[in-house]
Design a protein around this ligand. Structure first.
Ligand code: NOJ
Length: 561
């Protein structure tokens, strides 16, 4: 667990990335496209989930989100402003296969939307990195079969992937089968915080993950046998992993607990894909707890030896999404508390109160954890080729804020730790800032903004505005790293200088829009917001911000209770 390199937490390394290192930004279909029911698109589990009350912050939905579906050219001009080498996006399965089943119907209008996006990217020399599954399962497959609980998803997903290879594979050379299957399994089928919202504690996540791993392997083999020769692309998977550091590095129990945390997280998926089977520690722990429960077999499903060799080695590169780190200590869960994924691993997560937490509640800025995770991947999985598919930070503020100095600090430090990892010998080929735009943040709705570009969601045109971090990231890309201290400090100064003017302009613009909206609401007797807004005559942006933040706070408090 302890890495051999010294723990240089604070020292900054000036230097550049290898030639050809690829710089990008990312998005996903449901989070940005909007157009949820346009041009023949079918329903996804997220459309249905968000349309139920009480599932997301303020009942927000991705119905229109950033309207990315209508803004291919606008968004590519933002990518050009940043000088990106690649753009990572995902294909909405129900947009191109409305029921999820190929023999039912292929929606050519949906197919053509992605054709247009891919062509426009290539025209501007931006490499598309395409995710097949970023959580938006066709609703029909959930309703008819139970979604990822059902083994039949493997073939349906393979048909969908095959159609994508057939239609786009002449131009797309980087494929990601699944984005962050950990979330799909745990939040979709164990805790129910995400669509489809099932709470099958102790079993749901393991079963979903089992089918996802097999589906991934099948798609990799399909590409390998049917398309690779002709198309010469690569197929990988994108796994998310927080880093877990032992609270006390001299305590064997903490060391083992931290190891277990990482194995139950990224190892759950990476170990089968690189070595053919689940991590031993998962088999041991879940097996033992299942026996204690009186079950005849483990709640963790098993792979046959044929399946093991079929799954092993099915990733041409590994996509890594990483945001944060925790300190880990051993904690035994009494059986009276039930058997769940989170009690199976017998760990507790802690944070250092000094760690900055500018954005989402769970997101602490701990840059050195990134280097450790990358070194762990290198040693555990035979130094695979890595693309960072997600890394970034959000902001809690509901108010307009383009001067995102904390995001500059986060990117600067995390990208620097990645540079150190490359010097340690980790084979990282590219980096994807998460995300290009502010967007729908799943159960958190629009309350957490991850974008390099600010999106004014209250304006129906969804205009985009660069945050200061755009200026900073752009310069890292231009220099392919961090040339020297004087220059990097200059970048930061320049980036934050320009933003205050745009901040004021945007705030004034938003104020005008808010006033116009309020007037519209006052004249619309049907609106349910009437009572709330008639009290407020023409509020300033600040009073509005305070109001929104108060609602947000109340929501958080309610959630905690
Ligand atoms: C990982 C998910 O893949 C992505 O969709 C989400 O926006 C980020 N986490 C941040 O929460």
């Amino acid at each position: 667990m302890m890495l051999s390199h010294p723990n240089n937490h604070d020292s900054f390394y000036y230097g550049t990335f290898p030639n050809g290192f690829s710089w990008g930004a990312g998005s996903s279909a449901y989070q940005t496209e909007g157009a949820w029911d346009k041009d023949g698109k079918g329903l996804s589990i997220w459309d249905v989930f968000t349309h139920k009350k009480g599932k997301t912050f303020l009942n927000d939905t991705g119905d229109s989100s950033c309207e990315g579906y209508y803004k291919i050219k606008d968004d590519i001009s933002l990518m050009k402003e940043l000088n990106l080498n690649h753009y990572r996006f995902s294909i909405s399965w129900p947009r191109i296969m409305p029921t999820g089943i190929r023999s039912d119907h292929v929606n050519e209008k949906g197919v053509n939307y992605y054709n247009a996006l891919i062509d426009e990217l290539l025209e501007h020399n931006i490499t598309p990195i395409v995710t097949l599954y970023h959580w938006d399962l066709p609703q029909v497959l959930q309703e008819k079969y139970g979604g990822w609980q059902n083994i039949s998803m493997i073939n349906y997903f393979n048909d969908f992937a095959n159609l994508c290879f057939e239609r786009y594979g002449d131009r797309v050379k980087y494929w990601i089968t699944f984005n962050n299957p950990w979330s799909v399994a745990v939040e979709g089928y164990e805790t129910g915080e995400h669509a489809p919202g099932l709470k099958l504690r102790g079993t749901g996540a393991y079963r979903a993950a089992h089918h996802i791993i097999k589906a991934h392997a099948k798609v990799w083999h399909t590409y390998d046998t049917q398309w690779r020769n002709k198309q010469r692309g690569m197929v990988g998977i994108s796994l998310s992993g927080d880093w877990g550091e032992p609270v006390d590095i001299t305590n064997q129990k903490d060391i083992e607990a931290a190891e277990r945390y990482v194995q139950f997280y990224i190892g759950w998926f990476a170990t089968p894909i690189f070595h053919g089977d689940y991590p031993q520690v998962m088999k041991d722990f879940i097996g033992r707890k299942s026996a204690q429960q009186g079950l005849g077999t483990s709640r963790l499903p098993t792979f046959s030896s044929q399946e093991k060799s079929y799954i092993k080695g099915t990733s041409d590169f590994l996509g890594v999404g990483h945001f944060t780190t925790h300190y880990i200590t051993q904690k035994s869960f009494p059986s009276s508390r039930g058997y769940t994924y989170f009690s199976d691993w017998d760990v507790a997560e802690l944070v250092d109160p000094r760690w900055p937490d500018p954005g989402s509640e769970w997101l602490y800025s701990v840059p050195w954890g990134f280097r450790r995770l990358l070194n762990f991947i290198k040693t555990q999985y035979g130094n695979p080729m890595i693309y960072i598919t997600e890394n970034g930070v959000s902001e809690k503020m509901m108010c307009t804020e383009l001067c995102d100095d904390w995001r500059i600090q986060y990117y600067k430090a995390y990208i620097n730790e990645m540079l150190k990892a490359i010097r340690d010998g980790v084979n990282v080929k590219g980096y994807t800032a998460w995300s290009l735009l502010d967007k729908f943040e799943w159960d958190e709705g629009y309350s957490e903004r991850f974008g390099l570009y600010y999106v004014d969601f209250r304006n129906k045109n969804k205009p985009r505005y660069p945050k200061a971090s755009v200026q900073f990231y752009k310069r890292i890309i231009r220099s392919n790293g961090f040339p020297n201290q004087r220059e990097v400090e200059n970048w930061r100064r320049k980036a934050t200088e320009t933003c205050s003017t745009s901040n004021q302009l945007l705030a004034a613009e938003e104020q005008r829009n808010t006033a116009a909206n309020i007037l519209r609401l006052i004249h619309d007797p049907l609106t349910s917001h009437m009572e709330m807004v008639t009290e407020v005559v023409v509020p300033t942006v600040c009073t509005l911000c305070i109001l929104i933040s108060a609602v947000f706070l109340m929501f958080l408090l309610r959630k905690r209770n």
